[in-house]
Design a protein around this ligand. Sequence first.
Ligand code: UD1
Length: 430
Amino acid sequence: MTKYIVQGGKPLFGEVEISGAKNAAVAIIPAALMVDGVCRVENLPQISDVTMSLKILENLGAQIRTINRHTVEIDSTHIHSTRTDYELARKIRASYYLIGALLGRFGHGEVAMPGGCNFGGVRPIDLHVKGFTALGAKVTVEGGFIRAATDRPRLKGANVYLDVVSVGATMNIMMAAAMAEGNTVIENAAREPHIVDLANFLNSMGANIRGAGTDTIKIRGVERLTGGTYAIIPDQIEAGTYMTAVAATGGQILIKNIIPKHMDCITAKLVEMGVEVEENEDTLLVRRNGPLQRTNVKTLPYPGFPTDMQPQITTVLSLAEGTSLVTEGVWSSRYRYVDELRRMGAKIQVDDKTAVVEGVDHLTGAPIQASDLRAGAALVIAALAAHGESEVSHVQYIERGYENIVEKLRAVGAEIRSVEEPERAALDAG
Ligand code: UD1
């Protein structure tokens, strides 16, 4: 059990280098299963979701060669199984991408029902299933596994309309269709930067995908994907998290290795709140000296304000002058962290999808517990801004998606350290 101990109340100054995008990496690694040859993936973030995804591929017969901390070579020439390890796959949400990848290349795949972050609501995959079915697969659930298979030699291209804009369904259907016979059109597709990244990855391996980044994606199926080299884009949400951290604490941070365009939706809100943001080619200089102003935020699919930044921006707004409204427009519920912020003195009322955030002068350090990845990041931000000491527990959620968060924060002057705690069971036994 690891905990973070944070002495808050210090402004942050310095530079942070942003890692590769988690949500692109957890799709591109399964997509590498479709490649008949060696693909080299660069700028992979060193986080536990990536380690786990690589392990799943290895169990299926892929050869993984680590080149350096952020680069691997994946050789999926000799895949010997299309049934994933149950325990490994159920640990990460993104294991659902293995279904699209296996189905696309081999015409069948079995993957444990996905796990991962639980925001407190249901995370359905009915749209993924709708897409696979349209492409000619039969999808069933047996013994905790989702089984998808076609009795044809290959899937068959089709038109798929997504009733709800879904990142996961868009990427999964794109993978399955990349090697289907004929053309597929995905309408009302999600437009997140990691969707474009997955399409670019597949295209660089020989796929024929157009329109990624718009709401209509057209895929002409190819018979084979072959090897190549691909570098993953920088992580929009990691960058946004450090931007909100300096907004909450005050100070000045240079955020390096980003694509500023991907940050527009976050930058715009922070500027409304009185944060200064200076954009350069691949950096953002983020500065906050004066008081934070209230604003309203509604999360929406890209290019709207990302739901994965909702806990972090709510934390900053809890320190702004006046009352702000935050509306969750993607998930049915994503406010479990609010109880923890209240322990620190935040004044937030949640009514269904809306949080009414009444700004307070300061937060006070407390023992707090992460309930999911981004909620955990928000609690770290709260702890950095709070007066006094906080103990953040259940940080394994945070480490699923943030590379070296403790080191990166320490480099900008944060007083944060990671401590190992004996398991409670061991304590009780003692
Ligand atoms: C991905 C991200 C997650 C982010 C989310 C929205 C990964 C690994 N995770 O999750 O961090 O919060 O995008 O940006 O990339 N829905 C359905 N049926 C489906 C699928 C989704 O109704 O089959 C609904 C969901 O309940 C939700 C909405 O669609 O209300 C968006 O979900 P989706 O974009 O699919 O999220 P994920 O891909 O799971």
